[in-house]
Design a binder for this molecule. Sequence first.
Ligand SMILES: Cc1cc2nc3c(=O)[nH]c(=O)nc-3n(C[C@H](O)[C@H](O)[C@H](O)COP(=O)(O)OP(=O)(O)OC[C@H]3O[C@@H](n4cnc5c(N)ncnc54)[C@H](O)[C@@H]3O)c2cc1C
Length: 388
Amino acid sequence: MDLTYTAEQEEFRAGLRSWLGDVLPKLPPRPDPRDWPGRRAYDAGWQRMLYDAGYAGLHWPVDAGGRGATPVQHLIFLEETEKAGAPYVGANFVGLLHAGPTIAAEGTDEQRRRWLPPVLRGDEVWCQGFSEPGAGSDLASLRTRAVRDGDAYVVTGSKIWTSHAEVADWCELLVRTDPQAPKHRGISWLAMPMDAPGVTVRPLRTLAGSTEFAEMFLDEVRVPVANRVGAENDGWRVTMVTLSFERGTAFVGEVVACRRVLGEVARAAKANGSWDDPALRRRLGRLAAEFSVLWRLTQWNVSEAERSLRAGGTGVPGTGGSVFKLRYSHARQELYDTAADVLGPLAQDAGHPWTAERLSSLSYTIAAGTSQIQKNIVAERILGLPKG
Ligand SMILES: Cc1cc2nc3c(=O)[nH]c(=O)nc-3n(C[C@H](O)[C@H](O)[C@H](O)COP(=O)(O)OP(=O)(O)OC[C@H]3O[C@@H](n4cnc5c(N)ncnc54)[C@H](O)[C@@H]3O)c2cc1C
């Protein structure tokens, strides 16, 4: 494993830095995080700028509309955009970071042509309809039914915690196509248009005041059979690809942001005198070490994916993503707890960005699979311990 960057990679970094230096000062201010329609428009605008400059879908295959760059170049992109304080992927999270990569890996040529370019241009936003009231950690227990009727599936059921549903055009939807089969075998992965008759979205307000996610009710929604990615009843395997992208690579840009915030917290501590407390300095030091290790782990995961691609493999991230996701989500919570201690009474101010981040960081150990589930995966699939 070689974690140093080549001259060519450094040249790519320098070009990107110079482009960011030109465009970022001209960007309008970001809308309030609670204004999702405003956020969607802003995030789409930023995605379009990336697309026009040739920085969209860097590591996606060329025939999927991407630039065919290496995973390491993508990592440099994430590192530099975060360091420069560029807009976060936001409403484009699902499309760019796990639905799109799943279609690139598992879709037919026609499906890739239909769905991937609008994601890269920021024209279409996706959401993820996996979880249901009775199927979260035990996702394979899902009950939303899809019954075949000619060239369409008729879908009935409900989903919950569907992030970005309020503003999405498409949903990566898991449905049960064979109720008689063992639970992991009767599932299919569909692309559902969110404006189809029978789709009702009811936004849920989070602790931080955002309507980031929603309940979704599906009442005899007709989804063309042609919108199925992968074979009928083979959706569990496709889902594992989606979750590998979600846990393996989707959060890595945020580690850079956490390192930036950690520096800001240390500077605030020096300015208000809390730096004099040796216990606080120890916490900051431990977090700095932790985020460095997480960044190294990220580089290691990406370098493994690149090696797999060079060897003719899929480049789909492996279970190393669960180790990253497990530790990252706790470190993020500890970072914002420490920030609140440095802020003191100011941490009660709901408008302070660190307060909002602290509230949303509580969800990180649940979203994309809880910490307990990641521990089960690490125990069984990496350490080879017996199933509990
Ligand atoms: C911010 C946020 C965004 C989300 N966005 C989406 C989205 O866009 N689309 C989507 O489909 N879902 C989304 N989710 C849902 C998320 O994936 C689920 O909440 C998560 O998988 C847990 O499922 P659950 O809530 O049903 O909890 P449960 O499965 O009911 O779990 C409850 C508790 O029991 C523990 N537990 C359960 N089974 C085991 C076990 N076998 N071993 C040990 N402990 C266990 C869990 O770890 C947890 O602590 C989101 C969640 C959050 C918080």
